[in-house]
Design a protein around this ligand. Structure first.
Ligand code: AMP
Length: 280
């Protein structure tokens, strides 16, 4: 496995892979890799001849008050995980390699899909995500790219970008990998102290409570939202950012629970903002 930092070099490597008639996959990440990332890497490894994992903490997707500088970074551990998982190349560019001073072109994602959920509390976030991914896809030109359902809104927005811009890459979504108590694995879980870590299981528990109500025949989104919110509010360390029930195809709020539904939430546990969701 090689770690590549220059755009020119990874472009040349990717071109040679394509010339050899081999399929090429990419798993975009911000590093600090855990079993969630590894599930994407394993699937990509199985389904393709060559595999590039990008490790890039993308400054453009962080707001001014967010944790860009303190975002956890551990290239040594990440390299070991990638090596053991059979990754061929890590692409690990510096921020100024991706965004030189002259940089001034951005990808503006579908407004209907960004004016809700994380797009409200993180303005500009998905613009940063789409811009960096459009660059990666243009540099590497992978046949396939793998994303986690944990970031359901990101996955939907990326699929829409690929469709709208006719990008020649197949986007694959992968299931959420969880801790034993149901908390979705995330690099940000490292920020939680012992009490907060215990409290954080409230996200999944509350979604499951809502699901139980739906399974028992509840059709009113408002009723299910009330159940989920009041359960989260019982946890002293938790503060709700949003809880939403949407049509997963249109991203519109729904009154009645029917069809393809996304229940998504973001909750602060102490100062750490965690997300989770379920598609039903
Ligand atoms: P990140 O490094 O947080 O940008 O995540 C990189 C990719 O890994 C994204 O597609 C995430 O959705 C995915 N991912 C992160 N955590 C998980 C998880 N617990 N289960 C599945 N995929 C995940």
């Amino acid at each position: 496995m090689e770690i590549i930092t220059s755009i020119e070099q990874i472009r040349e490597i990717s071109e040679n892979i394509r010339k050899n008639g081999q399929s090429l996959a990419m798993v975009p990440t911000m590093g600090c890799l855990h079993e969630g990332h590894k599930s994407l890497i394993d699937k990509a490894r199985k389904e393709n001849d060559k595999l590039i994992v990008s490790i890039f903490v993308n400054p453009m997707q962080f707001g001014p008050d967010e944790d860009y500088d303190n975002y956890p970074r551990d290239l040594e551990a990440d390299s070991k995980l990638c090596q053991n998982a059979g990754v061929d190349y890590i692409f690990h560019p510096k921020a100024d390699e991706m965004y030189p001073n002259s940089f001034s072109t951005y990808v503006e994602p579908c407004k209907q899909m960004t004016d809700i959920l994380c797009g409200i509390s993180r303005p500009g976030h998905f613009r940063g995500v789409c811009t960096v991914l459009a660059k990666f896809f243009s540099i590497i030109r992978p046949n396939r790219a793998y994303f986690g359902q944990k970031d359901a809104q990101q996955l939907a927005i990326v699929k829409r970008m690929v469709k709208d811009l006719n990008l020649n890459v197949e986007i694959t979504g992968c299931p959420i990998i969880r801790e034993e108590d149901g908390l979705a694995k995330s690099s940000r879980n490292l920020y939680l102290n012992e009490d907060e870590r215990k409290a954080a299981s409230i996200l999944r528990k509350s979604i499951l409570l809502g699901l139980k109500e739906i399974d028992a025949g509840q059709k009113s989104s408002q009723k299910v939202l009330d159940t989920i919110k009041s359960n989260i509010e019982k946890e002293k360390l938790a503060k709700i950012d949003y809880v939403e029930i949407l049509d997963f195809d249109t991203f519109e709020r729904v009154d009645d629970i029917q069809g393809n539904i996304l229940i998504a939430l973001a909750v602060y546990i102490g100062k750490t903002r965690l997300i989770d969701n379920i598609v039903i």
